[in-house]
Design a protein around this ligand. Sequence first.
Ligand SMILES: NC(=O)c1ccc[n+]([C@@H]2O[C@H](COP(=O)([O-])OP(=O)(O)OC[C@H]3O[C@@H](n4cnc5c(N)ncnc54)[C@H](O)[C@@H]3O)[C@@H](O)[C@H]2O)c1
Length: 253
Amino acid sequence: MSRLAGKVALITGAASKPGLGNSTALRFAQEGARLVITDINEEGLKACEQEIRDAGGEVVAWRQDVTAESDWQETLDRTIESWGKLDILVNNAGIAVLRMVDVMTPAEFEKQMAVNMTSVFLGTRKAIPLMRKNGSGSIINLSSIAGLVGIPGASAYAASKGGVRLFSKTVALECARENIRCNSVHPGVIWTNIQQDAIRDNPEQYEIINASIPMGRMGDPEDVANCILFLASDEARYITGAEFVVDGGMTAQ
Ligand SMILES: NC(=O)c1ccc[n+]([C@@H]2O[C@H](COP(=O)([O-])OP(=O)(O)OC[C@H]3O[C@@H](n4cnc5c(N)ncnc54)[C@H](O)[C@@H]3O)[C@@H](O)[C@H]2O)c1
């Protein structure tokens, strides 16, 4: 398969397995992309890099904290050194600070915004000039259904993901004439480490959540990776400023 043949893609937050960045990296490699994968978790990152290489994929990997502007500069410089260009940016790295608003500290709120929202701004502003040189590009930002509807206990997370949603549409409009597309992806409940951490203290939530999803189950990381793959590929060449919900019907209710 070669839906991304000739393309260079950068995916942040690729270390966690099961995780959306990790699954997307494997899927992109299967479709012929040359990859840069980054994360703050170097051990998980190495494992992902090895898995892709073992499957015959082309990948380089290094530590990047997405909240640090200097790390973004270094990452994009090294991307050009490694592969000569950048076609696709997947802003995937994220955390979930889940606390009721009246007990959340300002520091927790700021941290949530830095990792999930400011990072997307930092990466996008530096990726656009590189994509401009190619005459095209695709930026895919991970938002959430929490960026579409309110969820109790998720106010900071929702603020960050709602921000990502409208940031993506605005970037899409600013870059449309340059053939640089920007879309947001809104997963529902997907069985990854972020979700397993959230449910660890309340295991009974597992069945309750499954029952609340119209399709009767949480999503697999590949369910989201396949959507991101489509948006990254030229099959989505006329799609920009759009939001793609991957939630088994949750927000259709
Ligand atoms: N899993 C879900 O149900 C779900 C639902 C909606 C949205 N999302 C979003 O999808 C994205 C991926 O989520 P996931 O479920 O794979 O989570 P995950 O926790 O499994 O993976 C997230 C990765 O981001 C990395 N990361 C965290 N802070 C970082 C930083 N400062 N710099 C670089 N890397 C950092 C982590 O080390 C980890 O490898 C996130 O943005 C998340 O908010 C997930």
